[in-house]
Design a protein around this ligand. Structure first.
Ligand code: NAI
Length: 276
């Protein structure tokens, strides 16, 4: 940052940097052939849709799951449907040793790691005064520690390779205070990872891009529950929750060369929920 025009006029060695070799045809930009993508929370919901999107676009996919071992069969189905290599890994993202070991295993199995999608998350939707300290710690351990551990170990690989791409699933809850159910801890965990992503975009500028996706309500296990569903319909300009197929294109864009000039961005996809 320059404090004066004279300061800013001083030439800096190495600038401007060259344009990347991004193809000019937009559909070619979106192809992920030979890229290796890891998705956490990939057994179901948004993570499964993201894993599908990656495989459909030609990427090899490492699907991380915690307890839902349906990920194993889904990864096999994706491999045979799209002629890509896939593997399922059982990883509790709140355990730093498991995260480090799984990332090393992905690199051993696939030879490299182009994109890491830190998507796993959980919510205990209660006001602070009703939230026990264990419930607080649980949300922090998955939504904050889990993303930090994944970013730290994926980032080390990216730096070593000289390339990489981190995508973090945050939430509209990083932008707004949800109504009608108070959930300050969940909201704050998502605000943390949004700002973490922006900060890493700068720290990793020499070797990796980092972007954040902030979904509104999507019809998954973590989507709008009975207490909030009517408000979710009312607040969304489109009058409904999103279907997970409607988020695939955004993750594909961020994972692909189509977004080669995008880093440090936080992309809302919420049917217009945060407009009013
Ligand atoms: P989901 O419940 O289907 O997916 C969450 C995934 O995270 C599950 O597969 C779960 O096994 C995994 N997970 C939880 N704890 C874990 C742990 N300790 N280690 C590894 N994996 C763990 O729900 P959904 O909606 O697909 O959520 C995905 C992400 O999207 C989450 O980060 C969530 O906070 C975020 N999100 C979801 C919204 C929605 O309305 N569905 C809205 C905004 C954000």
């Amino acid at each position: 940052m320059s404090m004066s025009v004279q300061d800013s006029a001083r030439e800096r060695e190495g600038f401007p940097r060259p344009f990347p070799g991004t193809p000019s045809n937009v559909l070619e930009q979106l192809r992920l052939n030979e890229k290796v993508v890891v998705v956490t929370g990939a057994a179901d919901g948004i993570g499964l849709a993201v894993a599908e999107a990656m495989a459909e676009a030609g990427a090899h996919v490492g699907m991380w799951y915690n307890s839902n071992d349906a990920a194993i069969q889904r990864s096999q189905e994706l491999a045979s449907a799209h002629n890509v290599k896939t593997a399922a890994y059982k990883v509790d993202v709140s355990d730093p040793d498991q995260v480090q070991e799984a990332i090393a295993k992905v690199v051993k199995d696939f030879g490299k790691m182009d994109v890491f999608v830190a998507n796993a998350g959980m919510a205990i939707s209660k006001g602070l005064l009703e939230t026990s300290l264990d419930e607080y710690q649980k949300q922090m351990s998955v939504n904050v520690d889990g993303v930090v551990f994944c970013a730290k170990h994926a980032g080390a690989i990216f730096k070593n390779q000289g390339f990489g791409n981190l995508i973090i699933t945050s939430s509209i809850s990083a932008h707004i205070v949800n109504v009608p159910v108070d959930q300050p801890i969940y909201n704050a965990t998502k605000a943390y990872v949004t700002h973490l992503g922006k900060s890493l975009a700068r720290e990793w500028r020499e070797f990796a891009r980092v972007n954040v996706v902030s979904p509104g309500f999507f019809d998954t296990k973590m989507g709008a529950g009975p207490d909030v569903v009517d408000e979710a319909y009312r607040m969304s300009a489109l009058g409904r929750q999103g279907h997970v197929k409607e988020i695939k294109g955004l993750y594909l864009y961020l994972a692909s060369n189509a977004s080669s000039y995008m880093t440090g961005s936080d992309l809302l996809i919420d049917g217009g929920y945060v407009l009013p």
